[in-house]
Design a protein around this ligand. Structure first.
Ligand SMILES: C[S@@+](CC[C@H](N)C(=O)[O-])C[C@H]1O[C@@H](n2cnc3c(N)ncnc32)[C@H](O)[C@@H]1O
Length: 191
């Protein structure tokens, strides 16, 4: 049984299964920005990346954001839980961990390799826009890009929220994308 600090299961399975249906049981590569304790990563491995040659790349600093640092959250525990929860898939070399700032790590990954990307890292608008643009280059045609927390209110002003970054991205890329859903999460397809 996986260990999560809050004990809750992954909440977005129904939507993810709809958006990522073309990749279930295929040799697809997926990218996750923001893995925390591995809840979404594990769900992706168990429900989408079920083919023995499929792979998920997980990018995280395991340092959280400024607010969490101020709360003195135990990041080492989160990382330990992630490593324990994903041990089986890491041992199979199907879940690859890239520890570090996504702004730097994404620029080292192979372009046009990935069938989907899930952006759930930093919530700061400049970081989300950077993740979106960097992930875009890594995605194949027809790949699916999913943003978490589209409507999340930080209470600190909009540059501290994902929404303005996601809105800017979909506005600029509007002739190259198809919006699949716009709710608490926003999903789009690369045309
Ligand atoms: C909301 S959590 C991810 C939750 C996870 N996707 C899940 O569903 O269980 C956000 C994660 O993003 C990571 N993060 C924040 N800023 C980052 C950055 N600049 N680069 C990489 N990871 C970052 C944090 O350390 C944290 O683990």
């Amino acid at each position: 049984m996986p260990t999560y600090s809050d004990g809750l299961p992954f909440a977005h399975g129904e939507h993810f299964k709809k958006w990522l249906a073309p990749f279930i049981g295929t040799t697809a590569w997926g990218l996750e920005v923001g893995s925390w304790e591995g809840r979404s990563a594990l769900w992706l491995m168990e429900n989408i990346l079920t083919h023995p040659l499929s792979t998920l790349v997980c990018v995280d600093t395991w340092e959280g954001e400024a607010v969490q640092k101020a709360e003195k959250m135990d990041f080492a525990l989160k990382e330990r839980n992630f490593l324990a929860n994903t041990s089986q898939y890491r041992a199979e070399y199907r879940l690859i961990v890239k520890k570090g700032d996504s702004a730097k790590i994404l620029r080292t990954l192979p372009v046009e390799r990935y069938s989907f990307a899930y952006i759930d890292g930093s919530h700061q608008a400049p970081d989300v826009l950077t993740d979106a643009v960097n992930a875009w280059a890594l995605l194949k045609r027809d790949a699916v890009l999913i943003f978490d927390d589209y409507d999340w209110p930080s209470g600190l002003g909009e540059v501290h929220e994902p929404k303005p970054a996601i809105d800017a991205f979909i506005s600029i890329f509007r002739e190259r994308i198809e919006i699949l859903d716009r709710g608490y999460q926003l999903a789009l397809r690369k045309l």
